[in-house]
Design a binder for this molecule. Structure first.
Ligand SMILES: CC(C)(COP(=O)(O)OP(=O)(O)OC[C@H]1O[C@@H](n2cnc3c(N)ncnc32)[C@H](O)[C@@H]1OP(=O)(O)O)[C@@H](O)C(=O)NCCC(=O)NCCS
Length: 177
């Protein structure tokens, strides 16, 4: 992965958001291989194939850094605990996605990570708005986004989840710089 195209490090009181590396693949693959994680995302398959993490990290490393950025979320003592990323949606607008390994849920980590990532996105990355969304049956993610300053747009749109093998109603949200 080319470090020159990587995001800068973003620090929060408890976490470090840094460029992911291929060395994260084993732990990423282990934490992602969880139906409770995968079913709340559009793109994570379940079960998680053995070589999927390396392929994913390799593709991200070659993405256009003006349009797509991925951070590994790192916690003290635990190291890699999850991922947070911005990618262009079907309309080309930046869209936020994230997941945390199950052992690390419920500590306020993702709220802390998203808040810091939005400061970076509106500041150093220069974005004026960011979209996101959560499946209607994932209120915890809705809480994270609300606490990080996202607002519901009112749109509820069906989005396909690879792990579910079907679409799920998705509550869309927007963050304004
Ligand atoms: C959603 C996820 C990122 C939350 O991460 P986290 O670090 O545990 O979140 P936080 O601790 O910062 O905040 C969770 C909030 O959800 C709330 N919550 C948790 N479970 C809930 C539930 N079943 N119903 C309603 N709220 C719930 C918590 O109370 C907390 O809100 P509060 O601070 O207002 O009390 C994590 O559970 C995860 O990765 N899940 C699987 C993947 C996923 O859902 N990704 C997002 C796709 S849109």
């Amino acid at each position: 992965m080319s470090q020159g195209r990587s995001p800068p490090e973003v620090s929060t009181p408890r976490l470090n958001l840094r460029a992911p590396s291929l060395a994260d693949a084993p732990v990423l693959g282990r934490l992602a291989d969880d139906a409770g994680v995968a079913r709340m995302t559009t793109g994570i398959p379940h079960p998680y194939p053995p070589d999927a993490a390396e392929g994913f990290l390799d593709r991200i490393g070659r993405a256009d850094p003006g349009r797509q950025r991925l951070f590994a979320v790192e916690a003290p003592d635990d190291g890699f605990v999850g991922l947070l990323g911005f990618h262009p949606n079907a309309e080309g607008a930046p869209e936020l996605g994230y997941w945390l390994g199950r052992p690390f849920w419920g500590r306020g980590y993702m709220t802390e990570a998203v808040r810091a990532a939005m400061v970076w996105a509106g500041g150093a990355w220069g974005k004026r708005f960011v979209m996101s969304g959560h499946f209607a049956d994932n209120p915890a993610s809705g809480r994270v986004l609300i606490k990080a300053g996202f607002l519901y747009t009112g749109d509820v749109t069906p989005r396909f989840s690879v792990a579910r093998g079907e679409t799920a109603p998705t509550r869309m949200m927007v963050w304004l710089a």
